[in-house]
Design a protein around this ligand. Structure first.
Ligand code: 4FM
Length: 228
């Protein structure tokens, strides 16, 4: 079981996202559990304030140390195994399919979702174990990245996907894109499914798929071939 905890000022953003498909099943099978913590509940201010102006001036607000610190203590409570505190920001290490595997071995992942201009540097320095990013662009907050992390990690946990899907995944682990895939009907405006895929010859089909995976990768993502 992997415990995911999310610390956010917008807990309602997560109301529906985990109720579908593979993630829903993983929760039902108790392979993962997701806990949402509302940062405002950890404010010591009677107005539930969690942000303040930035020292040195300039526009925008910063999330304060103390509410984050208190929320992390709550997220770590009752967890016997070591927790990892992850701050999601554009300054983090960029997530890719290879480093997803590192996360599936963890027991308790705590995601800090920043908003406004970010969070107090002293929280990053003393409380954050790892800083991660989903890509080189700026979002309005860390909530969508937290959803993306949980989605991508969960589908990689053994037993979450069926065998067929996990085999497909292996090709991306190899730094290759998938080959083209087809379903019924065989003929759409004279655009016909490659005959080898209808042949039933599994050896030939495997060879065809590898060939077209290589072709796809060369045409669409040549940078992936350099890694091979
Ligand atoms: C934007 C967090 C500014 C902190 C955000 C600041 C992001 C990303 C992201 C919002 N998170 N990958 N890209 N977060 O943009 O993970 Cl200061």
């Amino acid at each position: 079981m992997i415990q995911f905890s999310i610390i956010t000022i917008f807990p309602n953003m997560f109301n529906n996202i985990f109720k579908y498909g593979v993630i829903k099943k993983a929760i039902q099978k108790k392979i993962i559990n997701i806990k949402i913590l509302n940062l405002r509940n950890f404010s010591i201010n009677k107005r539930k304030k969690v942000d303040d102006k930035i020292y040195g001036g300039g526009s925008g607000m910063l999330i304060m140390f103390l509410p984050l610190f208190r929320a992390v203590i709550e997220a770590k409570k009752k967890q016997k195994k070591k927790s990892i505190v992850i701050y999601l920001s554009p300054q983090g290490k960029i997530l890719n399919h290879n480093n997803i595997k590192y996360f599936i071995k963890k027991k308790n992942l705590i995601f800090i979702c920043g908003r406004y201009k970010g969070i107090d540097e002293r929280f990053i320095k003393t409380q954050v174990d790892e800083e991660w990013s989903i890509g080189d662009y700026i979002l309005t907050g860390g909530e969508l990245p937290a959803m993306i992390f949980i989605d991508a990690i969960t589908r990689s946990i053994p037993g979450v996907l069926n065998n067929q899907n996990s085999l497909r995944e292996e090709s991306f682990n190899n730094n290759l894109l998938d080959c083209p895939n087809y379903t019924r009907p065989k003929n759409i405006n004279n655009n016909i499914v490659p005959s080898v895929l209808l042949s039933g010859n599994h050896k030939k089909i495997k060879k065809w798929r590898l060939k077209y995976a290589l072709k796809n990768t060369l045409l669409k993502r040549p940078d992936l071939l350099n890694k091979k």
